[in-house]
Design a binder for this molecule. Structure first.
Ligand SMILES: *Cc1c(COP(=O)(O)O)cnc(C)c1O
Length: 398
């Protein structure tokens, strides 16, 4: 990368992200290019965002057409893209009502408020929400508090109260943590940031049953798993468990920032009392993009393609595991996949793969995560695997 951009970053940008030394200037489909014109296969997809590929013309057309008509009005008025997006999401899910915001954290904030209001109305003020260790729900104070990590040494204390964290895949821990003031359980159908941790068979349906038995709201944080990533339009479909609320963001807008939460009617308890809203939430431009992207995903059966391509990619990774003993596990659903190693190799591996033209993510020192666009071709998977193998051979020598 040109050192000029590095110095601009150091001089002018808040020092809060560790970046790879690559300036990405252009993208198309599964590929991106840097400021020197070098080509990469992007298995990070803008952090599981570019589900329908970089620079998909469907998104470009939607935002350019919408931007010439209307870019922003307030929610004091009806707008058409917002209603059309709500319709397509509700008609293709088990949920009944949608609300739009601007990010995953904001979607989870909204879902948490909705659950607390449900507790306020129907459960004598119950407010506690059970979440899982190793979960990730966002970086606002409340979603940070909900996120399942130790918070004792956070520099942001005090955090909002009302969350209890239990081990994922442990139903008994949920039962033990449930009190009279518990109102909801919030889980990712597959834990993304935690390292692609899959639910064990029967876990999510047993949690659903526990929620039914105790009048608890089940929230699925589908910010990462939604919109085809797991090989179904929504992650809950993979496990055939219907939540009361889901949250969406990453893959929803085809790269345009938008978040959403959807609720079943009994849980959609907000009232028009200024208790929830957003200036930009449901904006016509972002909603037009998200509608175009969602329609593309549905019309082109992208979830089924992600399922096929995910199986193909996992097969290729299992082949690598046969020949490279440092790979201890390959796990994933659809195109949310992790490879686990027997040593802390992922930082070096990332550097080598990036140099070899493959962009990856390392959620843990011992694991890498693969989350390419859902439109990836077989040939691109093959090339990605070749580059990954070269990277592993190089990192192995360290
Ligand atoms: C990324 C992510 C979030 C936070 O989304 P932002 O848009 O970064 O606020 C929340 N939950 C899950 C599961 C995520 O993967």
């Amino acid at each position: 990368m040109k050192t000029y951009w590095k110095s601009l970053e150091q001089n002018f940008y808040m020092n809060c992200v560790k970046r790879q030394p690559i300036v990405i200037t252009r993208g198309e489909g599964t590929k991106v290019w840097d400021d020197n014109g070098k080509e990469y296969l992007d298995f990070t997809s803008g952090w599981a965002v570019n589900n329908i590929g970089h620079s998909n013309p469907v998104i470009a057309d939607a935002i350019s057409a919408q931007s010439r008509i209307l870019v922003q009005t307030s929610n004091q008025f009806y707008t058409i893209p917002q209603l059309q997006l709500a319709q397509i999401l509700v008609e293709n899910s088990c949920l009944d009502k949608a609300f739009f915001c601007n990010s995953g954290a904001e979607a989870n904030e909204g879902a948490i408020k909705l659950a607390r209001k449900y507790g306020n109305i129907h459960k004598n003020g119950a407010y506690q929400i059970i979440t899982a260790n190793n979960s990730f729900h966002g970086r606002t104070l409340t979603t940070w508090s909900a996120t399942g990590k130790p918070h004792d040494s956070d520099p942001f204390l005090p955090l909002p109260e009302g969350f209890v964290h239990v081990d994922y895949n442990n139903l008994q821990a949920i039962k033990d943590a449930t009190r009279t003031d518990t109102v909801a359980i919030m889980l990712e159908p597959v834990q993304g940031e935690g390292g692609v941790n899959l639910p064990s068979p029967g876990y999510l349906s047993a949690v659903r049953q526990w929620c039914d038995d105790n009048d608890l709201i089940l929230i699925f944080d589908e910010v990462q798993t939604g919109l085809g990533r797991l090989g179904k339009l929504f992650g809950y479909e993979v496990y055939q468990v219907e939540p009361d609320i889901i949250t969406l963001a990453k893959g929803l807008g085809g790269g345009i920032p938008i978040g959403a939460f959807l609720a079943k009617d009994h849980a959609a308890v907000f009232e028009p009392k200024s208790e929830h809203g957003s200036t930009f939430g449901g904006n016509v431009l972002t909603c037009a993009a998200a509608h175009a992207s969602t329609q593309f995903i549905i019309n082109n059966e992208i979830p089924a393609k992600a399922d096929d391509m995910g199986k193909y990619l996992i097969g290729k990774l299992l082949d690598l595991k046969e020949t490279h003993s440092l790979i201890t596990e390959v796990r994933g659903v659809g195109l949310l996949i992790a490879v686990e190693f027997n040593r802390e190799i992922s930082a070096n591996l990332l550097t080598y793969c990036n140099q070899l033209g493959l962009l990856l993510n390392a959620p843990k020192p011992t694991a890498i995560r693969l989350m390419p666009p859902l439109t990836i071709s077989k040939q691109e998977v093959d090339i990605g695997i070749q580059r990954l193998e070269s990277g592993i051979l190089k990192a192995q020598k360290e």
